[in-house]
Ligand binder design. Sequence first.
Ligand SMILES: [Zn+2]
Length: 125
Amino acid sequence: MAKNSYGKRPCSICRKWFLPDVRQKGRQKTCGPDCQRELHRRQCKDWNKKNKAYFKNNYLGKKIEKSVDKKTVPDSSGASLPHQTKPVLPIEIIITEYGIKPAIIVQYLVTQIINQTRGRSTGFT
Ligand SMILES: [Zn+2]
């Protein structure tokens, strides 16, 4: 039997000591429904933050992979150029000078910065 299962514990939100419901066997982290809601809200916020970053990184990684796969014929037909969005960059120059990966990363970063500056979170497509 875990030593604290039936004893008092501090609420993880308001830090008040409370007596957990014995039926919840140590799962209870908050003193009441208000703190429970707050805990849930915080967890969701954290989760969303982490996942947003994860999806962004994953997206960029995939885009690079795809363009590298496509770039089997290194001609300048433009077929393998990354899709150009609003900030029109000298993407061909960047590709010629640095390669396709840095070009995609630069384009991605510029798009992110512009979206941030505008205070919007429109996707990078
Ligand atoms: Zn509480």
